[in-house]
Design a protein around this ligand. Structure first.
Ligand SMILES: [Fe+2]
Length: 195
């Protein structure tokens, strides 16, 4: 199927400019467009898999970059909808994250976000182990934990902060991300992940 770029109902953010958000949404739309373009060519190339072997393998390898770029940005922008909301300490997410990370949950996510290189800091929940798994995904697709639902997705590519904070401003951007985060979205994702 051909995907369409979603529209997000975003408020004005504190510390992340409207222009930065606008450019970021443009990049998101690019991932959707590129995924559709790749998906459309794969079946055509597969008709002569031997003759198209190199092109086919290149596109197959590139597919997760575009797909995960599309899906992660949807998870990212949704987290700002309806405005900032603090993590409810009495919610399931609040209680479990506090217990698992001994009160250093946000600090831990910030530390992962501060890792070098373009990518994402992601909090997953493992329904089998019944515990969180936090990790760093390189670019959009390197290092995902298979099958685990995403509870929180923090984009730490330079494009997310360069305009507002410069090349060395990742830390300030990460602080702004958490300031604007609607924790209710993450709480809902966690409730659904446990079903
Ligand atoms: Fe991004």
């Amino acid at each position: 199927m051909a995907y369409e770029a979603k529209q997000f109902n975003l408020p004005s953010l504190e510390g992340i400019s409207d222009e930065s958000v606008k450019q970021h949404l443009g990049l998101y739309a690019g991932y959707v467009k590129n995924f559709n373009a790749i998906a459309g060519k794969l079946v055509e190339y597969a008709k002569d898999a031997e003759g198209n072997a190199h092109a086919l393998s290149e596109l197959i390898r590139r597919k997760p970059f575009e797909f995960d770029g599309m899906r992660l940005h949807e998870l990212y922008f949704e987290q700002f909808e309806n405005g900032a909301k603090e993590l409810n300490a009495e919610s399931e997410l609040g209680k479990k994250s506090s217990a698992e990370y001994h009160g250093y949950f946000v600090e831990y996510m910030k530390a992962i976000g501060g890792m070098r290189g373009p990518g994402w800091a992601i909090l997953y929940y493992d329904p089998v182990g019944k515990e969180f798994q936090a990790g760093f995904v390189g670019e959009q697709h390197q290092g995902h934990l298979v099958g685990l639902p995403v509870i929180l997705a923090l984009d730490v590519w330079e494009h997310a902060f360069l305009l507002d904070y410069g090349a060395q401003g990742k830390g300030k951007y990460i602080d702004a991300f958490f300031k604007n985060l609607n924790w209710g979205v993450a709480e809902k994702r966690f409730s659904e992940a446990q079903k």
